[in-house]
Design a protein around this ligand. Structure first.
Ligand code: NAP
Ligand code: 8YV
Length: 317
């Protein structure tokens, strides 16, 4: 019996593609193979994407037999979920399995920017140590952390911060009374009270430029911004300006407005640490994400209950 046909968005992770290939006829949605998959569009039952994939309603409309969109990633801000819902097509994602890795990297970025670890590594490799020491860093233990978004990953970041003897405060859409941390109703109010502001909300219209010039001003010249959420959450032009003129002390970023392009102005800044959207990039977690995304794809295309639908589609599972 022939395998069901599915379409994979460009740059879907190889581990996910490998898993899909065992069960499906996988077509790739790139410009070169467009005529090929478009001829098959009426038969495509599943759409595979990653956390950064842009899946507009117009694409969904080309696949009348589509039964599920399965995203390899917890973020799905690029998916037109409203159109998928209207077409009766559920969207799934991979929450939970990557929480620890993303929280680990967030703390790694806090330490990297405060203790200048990448800069120190360069100092040694470039033979500069004999000429003198680096400027002193900023102590992390005991400092004040503010978390923008106290969801699965935000809470995991908070647990790690507590282990460093940091105090934790947060903002979110709603107060979490049993979390035991101070709640601030806005990012600006939170920023004014902390040394490290860590951003871990979803992307999309609801959080666009949540971190703007006003928030950076509130964070102040001793404050550091860490973004492991989505590039869209931070006004990148305002951030570059704030770093250039000393409005804030430094920043550590895993995500950017126009990936994989990073503003050239940031490259030369010693008070900035840059990583290439890699917070979930470990063998163990990427395999767990591939396994869960495949399980959702198999369930959705077989008309079985979904494992992890996005909240908007929970009622459809
Ligand atoms: P989650 O459990 O849904 O948590 C999201 C949190 O963001 C919630 O606390 C929510 O508040 C808060 N939030 C949403 N909109 C907000 C707003 N407008 N203002 C303030 N807070 C807001 O999601 P998660 O599993 O922790 O993942 C969070 C995000 O991390 C993902 O959506 C993704 O974009 C990003 N991520 C990045 C990477 C990476 O590689 N860098 C990897 C994984 C995830 P309420 O609780 O009040 O609703
Ligand atoms: C991945 C992510 O890099 O889960 C997310 O939302 O951004 C990351 O885990 C991404 O999904 C891989 O496509």
């Amino acid at each position: 019996m022939s395998k069901p046909s599915i379409l994979a968005m460009p740059k879907v992770h190889p581990l996910y593609l490998q898993a899909l290939n065992a069960h499906f006829e996988v077509h790739t949605c790139d410009p070169e193979s467009e005529p090929q998959w478009q001829a098959l569009a009426p038969h495509i039952v599943g759409l595979a994407g990653g956390g950064e994939s842009v899946i507009p309603g117009a694409l969904l409309a080309q696949m009348p037999a589509l039964k599920v969109v399965s995203i390899f990633g917890v973020g799905y801000d690029g998916v037109d979920v409203a159109t998928a819902l209207a077409r009766g097509v559920p969207v799934t994602h991979t929450p939970g399995v990557l929480t620890d890795d993303v929280a680990d990297l967030a703390l790694g970025l806090v330490l990297s920017v405060a203790r200048q670890i990448p800069l120190a590594d360069q100092h040694v490799r470039q033979g500069l140590w004999p000429q003198g020491a680096l400027p002193l860093g900023r102590k992390v233990s005991g400092a004040r952390m503010g978390i923008v978004g106290l969801g699965r990953i935000g809470q995991a970041i908070a647990r790690r911060a507590l282990a460093f003897g940091m105090s934790v405060a947060y903002t979110a859409r709603s107060e979490k009374k049993d979390a035991g941390f101070a709640f601030y109703p806005s990012a600006a109010a939170l920023a004014a009270q902390v040394d490290f502001l860590v951003v871990i909300t979803p992307g999309g219209a609801g959080t666009r430029h949540l971190i703007n010039a006003e928030v950076l001003q509130a964070l102040g010249p001793q404050g550091y911004l860490v973004n492991v959420a989505r590039g869209s959450v931070v006004d990148e032009a305002a951030l570059v300006q704030a770093l250039a003129d000393g409005t804030i002390a430094g920043a550590a970023l895993d995500v950017y407005a126009d990936e994989p392009h990073v503003p050239a102005a940031l490259w030369a800044m010693k008070q900035v640490v840059l990583t290439p959207h890699m917070a979930s990039a470990t063998h163990q977690t990427r395999q767990a994400m591939a396994d869960l995304a495949l399980a959702n794809m198999r369930a959705g295309t077989a008309g079985q209950p979904l494992l992890t639908p996005v909240p908007e589609c929970a009622g459809m599972a």
